[in-house]
Unconditional design. Structure first.
Lengths: 202, 202, 202, 202
């Protein structure tokens, strides 16, 4: 049963360049839609405009952080797809699962930007990012174990890196239940960690 | 008269890659716009945030289901265009009709997410999906019968598959008039059916 | 003076494929954004949902008509860019002017969909479409007269076709001042006229 | 330390065409999203529709100006990427910083369109454009000094042009504090200046 499922998933080869171009399109759109959550404050007295803009600060921060997350996934997605020669049904569906999580990101971004001090919003953001990170790890693991995708051109990232993303988001979600500030610090640190870790990894 | 219409439609060859790239762009944008229908709940008392998010559950479900539908159409569209060598005016307009139905999908998705228990919303969703399915079948049939599009590289899908999509949506629409729950079960089952049927088909 | 301006415009050659790909991206996004003007009716009594959807009928019609206009411009844009071998600064800016009109289309579409019986909305829609048509004709004329863009691969469309679009929209705007129904009939007829005229033209 | 950071940034070469295609996608989406800030006026008395449209005039102007800015950046971005042969980590992140500023543009555009006479809005618009201009200059400077990106195919723009954009926006921000009209004149002049300066520069 399990074997026939795996066989089914290895059918239907897709042109890699089409799958990459389609994913790139989704990345570009998601990254650009984030700004739509920033709404101009509606004020009646001009004196309220500056306070109104200051009140948007959490939304500006969540815009920047989510922008960086999507950018980092774009790099990782490229490096991952660069490892393989062809695609199949299994990879297609795992990629679709990942893209679904990715296209969802503007919602938790708007939520945490609107309610940065509410546990529910901070946890929700973390869970959405955790789901995205897990869907990406699933793709990574599939690519390493599914030999039919063609020779892996260079060795994949070590196991440590595979689990790092989901682990950090899980930690943030759990800490958010104690104090949302802990989680927010982790959310802000993740792009910084990636930025420097990425250099060491090579 | 009919003959001259058919002749008119076979004029004006389009570059296949341009038509495919344009369609891919529309697919990527539609799939990413679905999230815009998810609006952050506006609550005044923090205690209302969790109930506010729970109330969005039907919208999350309709987001996921429509995402899967668009993804499935993307695969089918690729396989269909892979069968032919060139395009013509007739195929262009049938493809445009299909893309029009596709770009419309965010509206019925938002509608059924907002009113999941209203017959009108559940029927409207089904009718929109039925129109999309019919427009896709029209393209399929055109490709099989219009020999000027170049050799069909592999045999097309059997007639049974052609009618399966429209039939399921029609059944859902009719059942929704009796009980909306029946229709919703069908809507949820369609991606699952496709997922497994797609494997058998090969 | 005039001569040096023309010389300035003929500088800076752009890769045709980049310009085409960029324009195609804008076309795909505009065509997909049209749906965002369709908002789910907010009703408190379920019995109001069907009337609420019926009230959206003018918006559905304006969605379909604008979708067809953008699609027709996409075909025409392709055929136009197929005539030339290279691009220059002048063509780039005329193309940008056209794209600006194109990206504006969702606004007049929403306006006429919201106020289909108001002269101001019907005239505004016509003026926006007139501007788009004129910007397209300017590109066509430039391509025919600017020999530095490379040999025109096939003879351009006759002068009659050049003026047909702007003339029809101008007529609609003027008739709208008498009776909006006349203008709306013209708006609905234009895609039909194009559909059949396009076949004769070849 | 500084040296090892620079070394780290020169790792990880990216396919230029992927980076360009991704940036082009973001450009096309930003330019098309600007229209979403134009909302149809909600009037109850038909006689209010024309005044309602006239009240949108500042939004139409800010739409046109921001459209021109994004278009000008698109040309400059192409010319810049045309100078080099390959990409690296440093260029990727500077490009991402620029794209983040670019995707943010619809917000200040909506803000100045809503409050064209408020100092806060006019200053905010200028600051957002200043940030975008600086991020672009950083990329330019990096490309000139980072020899590992491949031979610079043609000499880069003179230093004067590098500083022109940021200088003009900075001047506008400072003048806005005195009188917003001065800043708005500069905002309107920048596309005109570019249009003519671009020709002289060649």
């Amino acid at each position: 049963m399990k074997k026939s499922f795996r066989k089914m998933m290895s059918q239907q080869s897709f042109a890699m360049n089409r799958l990459e171009a389609f994913s790139d399109g989704v990345f570009a759109i998601v990254i650009t839609l984030l700004v739509l959550e920033l709404r101009v404050p509606e004020v009646h007295d001009p004196a309220e405009l500056v306070p109104g803009l200051k009140a948007l600060l959490p939304k500006f921060v969540s815009f920047v952080v989510s922008f960086l997350y999507v950018t980092i996934y774009w790099i990782n997605h490229h490096q991952l797809f660069h490892l393989i020669k062809r695609s199949n049904r299994g990879l297609f569906w795992l990629n679709s699962l990942f893209l679904m999580c990715l296209t969802f990101i503007p919602f938790p971004t708007a939520l945490i930007g609107s309610y940065p001090q509410e546990t529910a919003a901070v946890v929700f953001y973390g869970l959405a990012m955790l789901a995205t990170a897990i869907s990406f790890v699933l793709m990574k693991v599939y690519i390493v174990y599914e030999t039919s995708l063609g020779e892996v051109k260079q060795p994949g990232p070590p196991v440590f890196y595979l689990a790092a993303g989901p682990f950090l988001y899980l930690a943030a979600v759990l800490l958010a239940l104690v104090n949302t500030a802990f989680a927010i610090v982790i959310y802000l640190m993740i792009p910084v960690i990636y930025f420097f870790a990425g250099g060491i990894e090579e």
